[in-house]
Design a binder for this molecule. Structure first.
Ligand code: GDP
Ligand code: MG
Length: 432
């Protein structure tokens, strides 16, 4: 329903500020929702807030405020994003009164996870969360619409029919049970997956991980330069962006942008969030991007590390990238922060995505990581075995080629295992 068309949907981010919530927390949460909206390709046109002692039971905002919101929507918006999880009846009332689709925070996050779920397990896990979210909403839609009517359009009461409320609920229960069974069965497959992962270790892949708003997508664009997506079948991803480091070198380094960590993640979505991080396990290097200008960055860093360990990424090397240094105060403050980060996190990078020289430094570091492990060798390919030429060119970079009466000499560079295998098969002279 929220797929990007030619024109982005215009969204209003809206929230009630409850008494216990400080301005700082409130603003941070809304800023995060705004960022999530951008992730989905929406254009955020307006921010709409109200201080209240509690959420209005009928329609989230108070009656007067709902009228104001309607005016704001009529001023030019296609949907309203609410920064709480609201009840189905609150959503229903709001949609009716403001005159456009309403998505709550949970719905927004589910949509992002849905787009990022690349493995079969992740897709099943996200679908379970979606169904769990939808079940009470269908019930509500059935109640509100009466027996003959259709459910509300927004969150997906899709099937018609007389007793669809009851029927759909049973279908949802069955489907969740079915998916759960599939997930259990997949656990058995984990071993094969791990083997497959090892197989791919020869490939140079970096996954950008970290909190939403840390600057992952910005860095991805800056590092890869081109807008062209790499259709890498080995990644088997659907919506995730995979691009090659630009300009390309040897080996070709692929960068992928993973789903961001969310500060305000509803508990029911934790499992599906972790499952969408699966793709990080396929990388040979995790570039952990941290917003150094965020006062809470240390806690975020710790949480990210914890979750990466939990999903089994313990043995994937990590590079800590502290970003947004330019936002961390005046030049003296920035310099002090940089020095302290370098001292506390040896080997880390401190940078700003806004500074091209910093981006170039990051690119070199990433490249260096993969070049470090390359091996070189000279192969001899007799004229009688020219049919194997294609294989060599496909697995290695051929640096130099010369020929004599018996065959061709190829100087190649590639990952050590490939080069070793080739060296054993083609009478060679290995340097060193
Ligand atoms: N000042 C500053 N802003 C940045 C930097 N990197 C990213 N941003 C901004 O931070 C916001 C979030 O960036 P984005 O790449 O979408 O974050 P993601 O959620 O991690 O993908 C955007 O408005 C970026 O323009 C940086 O180094 N300095
Ligand atoms: Mg992003």
């Amino acid at each position: 329903m929220t797929r990007e068309g030619s024109k982005p949907k215009r969204a209003i981010v809206a929230a009630v500020q409850l008494p216990g919530v400080t301005d700082l927390e409130f603003d941070a949460s809304l800023a995060e929702l705004r960022q999530l909206a951008k992730t989905l390709g929406f254009e955020v046109v307006h921010r709409f807030t109200q201080k209240r002692a509690g959420l209005d039971a009928a329609g989230y905002f108070g009656v007067g405020k709902r009228r104001e919101l309607r005016a704001a929507v009529e001023g030019g918006a296609d949907l309203v994003l609410v920064d709480h999880e609201i009840s189905p009846s609150q959503a229903h009332t709001l949609e009716k009164e403001v005159g456009c689709e309403v998505m709550d925070r949970t719905m927004v996050i589910l949509e992002i996870f849905h787009r990022h779920a690349s493995s079969r397990a992740a897709r099943a896990q996200v679908e379970i969360a979606r169904l769990g979210y939808m079940a009470p909403r269908l019930r509500e839609a059935a109640k509100a619409a009466g027996p003959k009517d259709r459910g509300r359009s927004g969150t997906g009461g899709r099937s018609g029919g007389e007793s669809h409320g009851e029927l759909d609920r049973r279908k949802i229960r069955d489907r969740i049970a079915e998916l759960q069974k599939e997930l259990d069965a997949m656990k058995v497959e984990r071993k094969t997956q791990r083997a497959r992962r090892r197989e791919r270790q020869g490939l140079a892949r970096v996954a950008l991980v970290g909190y939403t708003n840390a600057g992952k997508s910005t860095l991805m664009r800056a590092l890869t330069g081109s807008e062209a997506l790499v259709a890498d079948k080995l990644f088997a991803t659907l919506d995730t962006t995979v691009r090659a480091l630009h300009p390309e070198g040897v080996p070709r380094v692929l960068v992928s942008d993973t789903v961001g960590f969310i500060k305000n993640l509803p508990h029911a979505l934790v499992a599906s969030f972790k499952s969408t991080l699966d793709e990080a396990l396929e990388a040979s290097l995790l570039a952990h991007v941290v917003d150094a200008s965020d006062p809470g960055f240390e806690r975020q860093l710790a949480v990210t590390d914890e979750v990466l360990d939990e999903i089994g990424a313990t043995d994937v090397p990590r590079l800590l990238v502290f970003n947004k240094l330019d936002r961390a105060g005046d030049p003296a403050t920035q310099a002090a922060l940089e020095a302290s980060l370098l001292a506390r996190y040896p080997g880390c990078i401190v940078m700003s995505a806004r500074r091209p020289a910093d981006v170039a430094r990051l690119r070199d570091t990433l490249r260096g990581f993969f070049e470090r492990d390359l091996a070189e060798a000279e192969l001899f390919l007799p004229w009688t075995a020219q049919n194997l030429r294609g294989e060599i060119f496909a697995t290695c970079k051929v640096l130099e080629e010369r020929a004599d009466a018996e065959g061709a000499f190829l100087r190649v560079r590639g990952d050590p295992q490939t080069v070793k295998d080739l060296s054993e098969r083609f009478a060679l002279r290995c340097p060193r």
